[in-house]
Design a protein around this ligand. Sequence first.
Ligand code: AMP
Ligand code: MG
Length: 266
Amino acid sequence: MPQSIKVKPGEKIRLSDYDPDHHEGLDKAEGLKQSTVHAQALDELAYRLQAEHRRALLVVLQGMDTSGKDGTIRHVMSHVSPQTCKVASFKAPTGAELEHDFLWRIHNVCPPRGSIGIFNRSHYEDVLVVRVHDLVPKHEWKTRYEKINEFEKYLVGEGTAILKFFLHISPDEQRERLQARVDDPHKRWKISPSDVAERKFWDDYMLAYEEALMRCSTADAPWHIVPANHKWYRNLVVARTVHETLKEMNPQFPKSTLDLSKMQID
Ligand code: AMP
Ligand code: MG
């Protein structure tokens, strides 16, 4: 089983080669401890990003229903000020969105300078659900990989770092999580008939994901495959990767342009 989760540009991916149960041999208590340390560290770095006000970070979360997109956001961003972080969730496009190109609604909510943006689903739905259900003709979605790469390259060039995570669960794990949504009154609000219907297209989705991961993992905007059967490990991988990326970005407090020697506080 490959240990590396960052997809190299052009690398051939077979998702069945990646174990959704993988957890680096860590035990849960240790994993929880580490992921909390990473999540806590994001607060200071996000504060610096806001103060620097030059660059942004975009975190894209994709995965099958129940793969844990909501839970990841809840954990990884739990220590970050709501002033520095914003979530955009993408449903099936409606109204004005359908009147525009598929990236219009995406670009509109990309994170502004000085902030972290989280995409709960994203423009990748336009080569995933759209492809699986033939929502647009093949010759149209086929052109979208290149358009996505160009769009992301443009964002990176304008100062937005991009991280993309595929939360990888097994069909058995999904069955258990869907059953829990039926059985547990606290989870019931989440179940939708489409969750059960989409499950039947599992293999088609895996093919669509494989192509998206292979064609759209670039040096500037890499895809990460996150083993996500264990929620604590999924949170650890995402928190750690976001932390490492922000550390590398190393946002700086700006130098004051004011003449502070003349500023007297009475
Ligand atoms: P949820 O994430 O559970 O709120 O579900 C959102 C639904 O919207 C999922 O079934 C997605 O596949 C669907 N969706 C998101 N983006 C698109 C899109 N571009 N075209 C069609 N369906 C989409
Ligand atoms: Mg859902």
